[in-house]
Ligand binder design. Structure first.
Ligand code: SF4
Ligand code: SF4
Length: 183
């Protein structure tokens, strides 16, 4: 019995050491600048920048191969924050619809047929439902990326503007000379 306990303890220590060694030896060094840029992006993973998520876009900016104005959900706020971090001039957000109010998606429960296509499209798992069952969107999780609208075969998902409240209102950044010149 004691031998068995000692053998198991020995194996546990051995595997622990092996895991510790592997974690150090095979550690993938992230790009600290890409990490800082990624931290400024809204994490909607919506792909409107042309990249399959915020991190790949952050890595492209960090490599200096991409402009800082492609994040539509982040808007001017993100462009200015990235310009500050990278010492670049801010530019108007490309592809953004000026003054488009922030919105979240809502499913018309009468129309939903429970096909689950919207669940597969949502990059942040904001939709709950099951096959042939009613689907519902968790408002607090929805980023308003609109990726679920196109796949819905019965077009029962609608974007509802978020009313401006103290919790979601942001002090607009003052326009800078470069931004005014670029507009
Ligand atoms: S529910 Fe629709 S709009 Fe909201 S995050 Fe998911 S895909 Fe985007
Ligand atoms: S895609 Fe449309 S119909 Fe299908 S589950 Fe989602 S909301 Fe319902």
């Amino acid at each position: 019995m004691l031998t068995a306990i000692l053998a198991i303890a020995f194996l546990a220590v051995l595997f622990g050491l092996l895991l510790g060694y592997s974690a150090i030896r095979f550690k993938v060094e992230g790009d600290p600048l890409a990490e800082r840029i990624d931290a400024l992006l809204p994490q909607t993973q919506c792909g409107q920048c042309g990249y399959p998520g915020c991190k790949p876009y952050a890595e492209a900016i960090a490599k200096g191969v991409e402009a800082i104005n492609k994040c539509v959900p982040g808007g001017t706020t993100t462009v200015i924050a990235l310009a500050d971090l990278l010492g670049r001039d801010p530019e108007p957000v490309s592809g953004a619809v000026p003054d488009k109010p922030k919105a979240i998606a809502v499913i018309d429960e009468q129309e939903c047929i429970g096909c689950t296509l919207c669940i597969q499209a949502c990059p942040v798992d904001a939709i709950m439902g099951a096959a042939k069952q009613l689907h519902v969107i968790i408002a607090s999780e929805c980023t308003g990326c609109e990726l679920c609208l196109k796949p819905c075969p019965v077009e029962c998902i609608h974007m509802i503007p978020i009313p401006a409240e103290t919790s979601n209102w942001r002090w607009p950044y003052p326009e800078r000379p470069a931004e005014r010149a670029a507009a």
